[in-house]
Design a protein around this ligand. Sequence first.
Ligand SMILES: [Zn+2]
Length: 344
Amino acid sequence: MEFKVTKKQAVILDPSKNMLEKRIPVEVRTDPLTGRTSRICHFRRLTFEKPDLTRLVEASQATCPFCPDKVLTLTPCFPAEIAPEGRLILEDMVLFPNIAPYDGLGAVGTLGSRHYIPMTEIEPQRIANGLRLAMDFYRRVRAARHPEAVYYLLSWNYMPASGSSLIHPHLQIFASSTAPNQLREELSAAKAYELQHGSIYWDDLVSAEKAEGSRYLGRIGRIEWIAGFAPFSVVGDVTAVIADCRTILDLNEPDLIAIAKGLTAAMAAYDKMGIYNFNVCFFPGAEEDEFARLHLVFSPRIYYNPLLATPDATALRILYNESICAGFPEEIAAAVREEFKAPR
Ligand SMILES: [Zn+2]
């Protein structure tokens, strides 16, 4: 497995040093599976000022459709073949159809009744319950033989820089016969990899990262945690590979807790950098994809300019689909690893 790094240098005459020549390093990293590139550049200190969110939280609460006084009146219900009771409920969590679906089958699940939960206060049990509720939904659409019950997809946009339009924590839970671009490219590359090597890419990745060591974060249960070699995010990301699983429906009870503990470790680590927004996506295969391995990516989000609320999704990122990471993933991994060592 090749972790390909192409080192480059930009030469400028530095106005702060009397136009003295300055060489600025840039790395182009190539993802070993898909060939997607990510640029390690724009180096900066990865510490950010966390703003006071009190006003944002208060102002958004009055009209929040996910708060307990409104969730059972403002959210839609499923047709009877999916949920005769209309919505799926687990303790204080509610799962209902997405009013703005991405596909023929889409749901949203609240992560409980609390309108705002600071990132470091999100308990592993809460995340595990959210996944449990999502699995209930996937089981039902599978049992109903819904035509979209092929890829069980789960994503989480937390706080506005992640693209979330609501403060209230919630999961995007859907199923689709159309794999999203990144997933489709990964699955197609993993299929080719298995044909060529006779093994599953993600299992080999875990072995290679463990041997290499600088991005390996640790193991919780049968989940292996790794900092991304060619990250999607400006501040690096954290990948989890779940042994022996292809789809979210393969997860067992200890897996749910292990995933939740790893995610909260990642959140704790990024909180220390002043980061408070993130995306998570699960990448499953279809049930019959023997070359697939369920994995997920936790990818923190920042504002390039907090004053202007400038998102980190620029033309380069959205239209060229090119990622920038403003620090070396191995250095970010060293900071994140500390939280994976801490008991939780
Ligand atoms: Zn709310």
